[in-house]
Write a protein that binds this ligand. Structure first.
Ligand SMILES: Cc1ncc(COP(=O)(O)O)c(C=O)c1O
Length: 444
């Protein structure tokens, strides 16, 4: 909480603010924003115990393999209507595997939004391709108009990201990708269980990816998943995620098929992780339902505050709800409003990022990723930036200033994490705090 006193005036609404010495709306921290973690319980334990009791934590064979990852994949396909799913060890690896399955490499440019997560960039760069930044629109996802502007002769793929729990203009992006023959990966790491007008997150591109890291809608601590309708892409993902080859019916490596003699990155999901994720998948609707209801109750209750902007969500029913994004007239007001909310008790436990401005959202913004801005390399020769096939990108700049909407939103927007464990009282407090601070700081 800021110790700075603001606005010491005779204005009663300003004087009543906790940041100015008034009584805060609440003093207890909000519950942790870690959606799946609140729901870890007997179901996870039972399935994990099953794997431990069978002494078989490897997915492909063992003393008495329980096939938890197989069950997770089958259940995911059944629930969301995919032909293939593949469990992996994390979302970062899933992105690398997906782009590798699409044969992305040197000489290729991959369109990627400037509001994303650092993993989106690292997957592109590690494969030897060049990230081409695309701006966002008021959905906080990739702007189709800017995507069209950025397509050039080197453009090979688009990495669309369903940011902050909700989907954007996925169908338009997919249509543009088809029109230009681009390979499309849909990053749904932050939006498991989401949908857009009835169509599941992950079904808009050639491959969809998910993460089960602790901050995500469902969690196994670490973990991830890819989905695709293409058997060929599935087999490429299978080989790349493992040791570069297929597996036979006994779970042993089978290098015979020439089409799938590749290079693997050792990103298999263990059956212990599969057990956790399978149990969490059974709770996903409950978790996202809790967050969506709480978020939209808050959103609806503050929508009339003058001068307060809200992120556009094209399909509220498909929103998974973990984040509420608010937008202010000026950067100064955004900082001030957020500090005032925190002082009213809209904040989490120490270390939580429950109520922050976008300035504090780190490597979700392109210009905050130093490895991108400074074009860092894993190898001594500067690859991929120095690769002759990437000479077209020599002048690309990733400094702040490359994407006007991203730059603007990073300075004027704020983020409230919506815990899956908010009580009605917590929600009422958040609404009361927004209205109290709004009455004092927002002008008609
Ligand atoms: C949009 C996005 N993509 C990818 C990832 C990477 O997932 P993981 O942490 O499982 O590697 C994350 C989360 O960390 C993310 O938010």
């Amino acid at each position: 909480m800021s110790s700075i006193k603001h606005d010491l005036t005779n204005n009663p609404t300003l004087d009543a603010l906790a940041i100015n010495g008034g009584t805060p709306v609440r003093t207890t921290p909000l519950p942790w924003e870690l959606p799946g973690a609140h729901f870890i319980g007997a179901e996870e334990r039972a399935l994990v115990d099953q794997v431990v009791d069978a002494k078989s934590p490897f997915r492909f064979y063992g003393l008495d393999a329980q096939h938890m990852v197989d069950r997770l994949e089958a259940e995911w396909c059944r629930k969301f209507g995919h032909a293939h799913a593949l469990g992996v060890n994390c979302g970062t690896a899933a992105l690398h595997i997906a782009l590798a399955a699409g044969e992305v490499g040197p000489g290729d440019e991959v369109l990627v939004p400037g509001y994303m997560w650092v993993s989106c960039l690292s997957a592109i760069v590690r494969l030897g391709a060049i990230p081409r930044l695309v701006d966002i629109d008021n959905t906080f996802c990739m702007d189709p108009a800017d995507m069209r502007r950025k397509i050039g002769p080197q453009t090979r793929a688009v990495l669309f990201v369903n940011m902050s729990g909700a989907m954007g203009r996925n169908a338009e992006i997919a249509a543009i990708a088809r029109e230009h023959g681009l390979f499309m990966v849909e990053d749904c790491a932050q939006a498991a269980g989401g949908s857009l007008h009835g169509r599941a997150a992950g079904s808009f591109g050639d491959i969809g990816i998910f993460s089960f890291q602790l901050n995500k809608n469902m969690t196994s601590g670490e973990g991830g998943l890819l989905v695709t309708e293409s058997e060929h892409l599935y087999k490429r993902c299978m080989a790349v995620h493992d040791l570069g080859f297929a597996r036979n019916k006994h779970g042993r490596l089978d290098p015979m098929d020439e089409r799938y003699q590749l290079w693997g990155i050792g990103s298999r999901m263990s059956d212990l992780t599969g057990a956790m994720a399978l149990a969490q998948l059974g709770k996903l609707e409950t978790i996202t339902g809790n967050m969506r209801r709480a978020k939209w109750r808050i959103r609806d209750a503050i929508a009339d505050l003058p001068g307060l902007g809200l992120r556009e969500i094209p399909d509220p029913e498909g929103d998974t709800g973990p984040f509420l994004i608010t937008i202010y007239d000026t950067p100064a007001l955004c900082q001030r409003f957020t500090a005032a909310l925190q002082a009213e008790g809209v904040r989490g436990h120490p270390g939580s990022l429950a109520c922050i401005t976008m300035r504090d959202w780190g490597m979700h913004w392109y210009f905050n990723v130093p490895s991108l801005v400074h074009k860092r390399s894993l190898s001594h020769d500067g690859f991929p930036w120095t690769h002759p096939a990437n000479a077209f990108a020599t002048d690309y700049s990733y400094q702040r200033g490359a994407l006007p909407v991203c730059d603007d939103m990073e300075s004027r927007a704020a983020l409230l994490c919506i815990s899956s464990a908010l009580t009605d009282e917590d929600v009422n407090d958040v609404i009361a705090a927004f209205r109290k601070v709004g009455a004092a700081l927002l002008t008609k």
